[in-house]
Design a protein around this ligand. Structure first.
Ligand SMILES: NC(=O)c1ccc[n+]([C@@H]2O[C@H](COP(=O)([O-])OP(=O)(O)OC[C@H]3O[C@@H](n4cnc5c(N)ncnc54)[C@H](OP(=O)(O)O)[C@@H]3O)[C@@H](O)[C@H]2O)c1
Length: 391
């Protein structure tokens, strides 16, 4: 056995990022070994993954699924854990060299904080944790000498351009595809369906992040994520619409030089780079074909049509509990939209309503962040029942 293999724990193993990570492990079995897998409730896939990758431990967050997981892994020596503590045991596995934080939403916060407290190298896809708890996460990382390597493609692009130093940086520019509704009229957005919103033109992703891309809240969340990851001022982070999704990010230096990271839209590259860093490993698929004529276009975002961009910037500028409120209200509103209980433009209305109504509470500890999160979700559910902001 090759003992130099990097040992990884994957939280969110059954999701879009988690499964692509396992794809990478399969291509690099000489370099990577899976130690732990955790998911929420997709037992069947988790069992298949565990049987294929033979980790030391698996965890399922939803305790009602534990028995099925135990039965499915009978005859193996894989340890089965459950609940939030079980997931945290995966993200803090003492032998893990790298932890992939790939749960979706605030559900990933506890295991991300636990990994940072354990001083791990954290490959972070779960942007909502930095939006809701950026200050706490970065403080925890500093205190325990943990390292966060971004997996989100734009931040992975910035990370590659920076080469570990923000010296001389004037701005970073994150690109956005513009989502499926880039070219439709503002008034038509009121009646778009979840099916239409789930058809992303360039990326295949989990449902929540796909809807965030359609409202462009995704880019707003990413501005907040970049603020914490790279220690920049809010006015140093710009976004530009680039429908081809080939340029993922650019860094503008003080002398006017602009560095960009380009690659085809394929999350396996940023996931793999987070695992291989500071090395690079081969990834043979996916090259930009420069023999073919093509255009790369850029345009400023339409803040009137996509109010989530403005709301995210306002929440970042307000600080305190505002980003956690923004995040939770958005998660709750996206969920209601997917269940067809509110309209598409109900999402920004709900978020704006929550930000206007709830603010000022302290948001420094995990418990305080959860409290703010719960209040914002409660606000959205009540507002949807009253149907005031929903349509
Ligand atoms: N997909 C992309 O291309 C992409 C790109 C950039 C950034 N991101 C970010 O990466 C994160 C994951 O996105 P995704 O698209 O992979 O989401 P997804 O497909 O919805 O997968 C979410 C994963 O998290 C697991 N999970 C949910 N709650 C959990 C809990 N409490 N404990 C442990 N695991 C839990 C789910 O398990 P079950 O399957 O059992 O429910 C699933 O494995 C998001 O923050 C997203 O914004 C994604």
């Amino acid at each position: 056995m090759n003992t130099d293999r990097r040992r990884i724990s994957i939280v969110g193993a059954t999701g879009s990022i988690g499964t692509q990570c396992l794809d990478i492990v399969q291509k690099h079995t000489d370099k990577l070994r899976v130690l732990a897998l955790a998911a929420n409730r997709n037992v069947d896939l988790l069992i298949r993954q565990a049987r294929m990758f033979d980790p030391d431990v698996v965890a399922i967050a939803d305790r009602s699924c534990t028995q099925a997981l135990r039965s499915g892994l009978e005859g193996t020596d894989i340890r089965v854990l459950e609940g939030g503590e079980g997931v945290c045991a995966c993200s803090t596995h003492p032998e893990a060299d790298i932890v992939l934080g790939a749960a979706s939403g605030i559900a990933g916060l506890k295991s991300v904080l636990a990994a940072l407290e354990a001083g791990k190298v954290l490959a972070l896809a779960n942007k909502e944790t930095l939006v809701a708890a950026g200050d706490l996460a970065m403080r925890t990382a500093r205190l325990h000498k943990a390292r966060i390597i971004p997996v989100d493609s734009e931040h992975a692009g910035v990370f590659q351009c920076l080469e570990d130093s923000t010296r001389y940086v004037e701005k970073v520019i994150l690109t956005a595809s513009g989502g499926p509704f880039r070219n439709i009229d503002r008034t038509a957005l009121d009646s778009v369906t979840p099916q239409q919103a789930l058809k992303h033109p360039n990326w295949s992703m989990g449902a929540k992040v796909t809807i965030d891309s359609a409202t462009m809240m995704n880019k707003g969340l990413e501005v907040i994520e970049a603020y914490w990851l790279f220690g920049l001022r809010e006015d140093q982070i710009e976004m530009v619409v680039h429908p081809q999704s080939i340029v993922h990010a650019m860094v503008l230096f003080e002398d006017g030089s602009l560095k960009a990271q380009l690659s085809l839209p394929d999350m396996r590259l940023p996931i793999q780079y987070a695992l291989s860093y500071p090395d690079r490993w081969p990834l043979p698929e996916g090259r930009v074909d420069w023999a073919r004529p093509q255009s790369l276009t850029f345009a400023p975002p339409d803040l009137e049509k996509f109010p989530c961009l403005r709301l995210a910037r306002e929440a970042l500028a307000a600080g305190g509990s505002a980003p956690a409120i923004l995040n939770a209200a958005n998660e709750a509103a996206v969920d209601l939209f997917l269940k067809e209980r509110i309209g598409f433009m109900g999402i920004p209305r709900m978020v704006e309503g929550a930000l206007g109504k709830l603010s000022g509470s302290s948001c420094n500890t995990y418990e305080e962040i959860l409290q703010v999160d719960q209040s914002a979700r409660h606000y959205v559910h009540e507002a949807s029942k009253r149907n005031t902001l929903a349509l």
